[in-house]
Design a protein around this ligand. Structure first.
Ligand SMILES: CC(=O)SCCNC(=O)CCNC(=O)[C@H](O)C(C)(C)COP(=O)(O)OP(=O)(O)OC[C@H]1O[C@@H](n2cnc3c(N)ncnc32)[C@H](O)[C@@H]1OP(=O)(O)O
Length: 234
């Protein structure tokens, strides 16, 4: 069976005779039972950890210093991924601003036995180079080489503008003390989790990496959603 995606060939090229973006980082993982959720599918938290790690390496390759995850844009997962499938993640820096940069992350899945490939999601994360004693880091600019890179470079500026506005709107919403009619329901779905940060939760910078935090968030969100479903009798 043929490939089901129309991935950008420049994104999936891996060897030297064709142009390869110098910030590109690829990683592949086979999904094991220890990566799965209660439905036997790859847990979103685990996938977010892999995406964050891959994107962080790409950002650090460009920055040449240690970077932190500042934000990850909305992600729409198009498919679930079962145990035994191979997940491939490709990350590359689309554009650097002052100390921040946008990293594009493409996740695909492969069934080794049938040679089927499909796209799982496409995400954008912002990484920031850690301040040094000298102050804020000034990143070198990304120079787009292909038409696709040029397009991502241009779009990255617009996406940055949108995400900074979005962050302000969310902050305003959280600060406004609106009483919602379904506040009783919201309280009944409330889940709180306290996590002790242990060595397996940290990254190469020995700090809790962004993907781990997203994995914890996804876990409590899943439980809260299940409470909401049970309240509504599903
Ligand atoms: C490897 C890891 O994953 S580490 C663990 C997870 N991540 C973290 O712990 C990050 C914790 N957060 C932080 O350290 C800080 O909030 C930072 C570094 C993200 C931002 O710090 P600030 O004090 O706001 O710094 P400052 O105002 O100088 O902004 C730095 C850059 O971040 C950008 N930025 C800040 N917040 C956001 C955001 N929510 N989304 C996108 N970009 C952002 C700014 O636009 C700025 O970009 P520029 O330098 O290119 O103009």
């Amino acid at each position: 069976m043929g490939r089901e995606t129309s991935l950008d060939p420049q994104l999936i090229q891996s060897c030297g005779d064709v142009y390869r973006n110098p910030t590109e980082v690829q990683m592949s993982q086979i999904v094991l039972p220890c990566h799965a959720n209660h439905c036997g599918e790859l847990s979103v938290g685990q996938l977010l950890k892999w995406m964050d790690s891959t994107a962080c390496l790409s950002a650090e390759r460009h920055a040449g210093c240690s970077c932190v995850t500042a934000s990850v844009d909305d992600i729409h997962f198009e498919h679930t991924i079962g145990v035994g499938k191979v997940v491939s993640i490709i990350a590359k820096v689309n554009r650097a601003f002052t100390s921040s940069m946008e990293v594009g992350i493409l996740v695909t899945c492969e069934d080794l036995y049938t040679d089927r490939h499909w796209k799982v999601c496409h995400a954008f994360a912002t990484f920031v180079a850690r301040r040094t004693e000298a102050g804020k880091v000034q990143l070198k600019q990304v120079i787009p080489h292909t038409q696709k890179e040029q397009m991502e470079y241009s779009l990255a500026a617009e996406r940055r503008r949108m995400r900074l506005i979005h962050a302000e709107i969310i902050t305003d919403l959280l600060n406004s003390s609106t009483e919602f009619e379904d506040s009783v329901l919201a309280e009944r779905t409330r889940v709180e989790s306290v996590e002790l940060v242990l060595p397996p939760h940290t990254n190469h910078q020995v700090s809790t990496f962004g993907g781990q935090i997203m994995a914890w968030m996804e876990n409590v969100a899943t439980i809260a959603a299940r409470y909401a479903f049970s309240i509504h009798g599903f």
